[in-house]
Design a protein around this ligand. Structure first.
Ligand code: ADP
Length: 265
């Protein structure tokens, strides 16, 4: 893995208005190309604000954010947004197309991608998320997990430099959650983008290369999942529970036993 910084936060502070409290307070971190970084923290710790700063939906009052070495500002933001793909919490708010394939095509149409290439990418991305059989299905007929898989395909189709999943599993039932985590594992192999998964669930950080733990708008820790899991008591104090299954899964990974991509049952 090449060590090239893709996203750099340099002493970033942000508040929603002049009178509001700072929701990010002097936050610095770097995310490399091709890296999977999980950002975890209790509700309100500033995770979504970080996501919105990365794609220029918000701008920091202090510090700076660089993407591929380019500062995110009013001028660069349109170019940067083309490279940042985001999938949000609510599967129902992300559809614009009448069918699954229209939906995947939408982001590409906006970027002027030629028709032949669009058809190829629709095929490839729906296959990657296991939704090839649903090309002509109307989105409202899909389950929550299937909707999020299509949302991921739509983002993959624009060949992003970074894919951000912002609590993308939070509104799903356990099966849907499993579906998304399996989808994420399966798209990792040949990826050429950085993956940022934002979550409050420690089970979802196991496979990440690195974890950034947020607490009250500050970076509380930054480490590999297994090092995070050793801080069980301290994590509990900042509102994060380490589930037994997460520790077990991490140990299996440490001994070279991969997590199954399909459920065991
Ligand atoms: P998380 O994603 O970790 O739950 P957020 O980044 O959404 O945290 O929120 C951080 C803080 O900013 C919270 O206190 C939240 O209430 C506040 N906040 C989030 N969005 C807005 C907004 N649009 N206007 C004002 N305050 C906001």
């Amino acid at each position: 893995m090449e060590n090239k910084p893709l996203i750099q936060f340099k002493n970033v502070s942000f508040r929603y208005n002049d009178k509001a409290p700072w929701v990010l307070d002097n936050v610095s971190f770097t995310i490399e190309e091709d890296e999977w970084v999980a950002i975890i923290g209790h509700n309100g710790s500033g995770k979504s604000t970080i996501a919105k700063l990365i794609n220029g939906l918000l701008f920091p009052q202090k510090g700076e954010i660089l993407i591929s070495g380019k500062k995110v500002d009013e001028e660069s933001v349109w170019e940067i947004r083309k490279e940042v793909g985001m999938v949000f919490q609510n599967p129902d708010n992300q559809f614009v197309g009448a069918t699954v394939q229209d939906d995947v095509a939408f982001g590409m149409e906006n970027r002027g991608i030629p028709r032949e290439e669009m058809i190829k990418r629709i095929d490839e991305t729906l296959k990657a998320v296991g939704m090839s059989d649903y090309r002509l299905t109307e989105p409202h007929r899909l389950s929550g997990g299937q909707k999020q898989r299509v949302a991921i395909a739509s983002v993959l189709a624009i060949s992003p430099k970074v894919l951000i999943l912002d609590e993308a599993t939070a509104m799903l039932d356990p099966n849907g959650r499993k579906e998304i985590m399996q989808t994420v594992s399966s798209i990792l192999d040949e990826r050429n983008f950085a993956l940022i998964t934002i979550t409050h669930d420690l089970e979802e950080i196991v496979q990440a290369d690195r974890v950034i733990v947020m607490n009250n708008g500050q970076v509380w820790d930054e480490a590999k999942p297994r090092d995070i899991f050793t801080k069980k008591e301290a994590l509990r104090e900042i509102g994060l529970d380490v589930p037994f299954v997460a520790i077990l899964a991490d140990e299996l990974k440490q001994y070279g036993i991969p997590l199954p991509k399909e459920p065991l049952n």
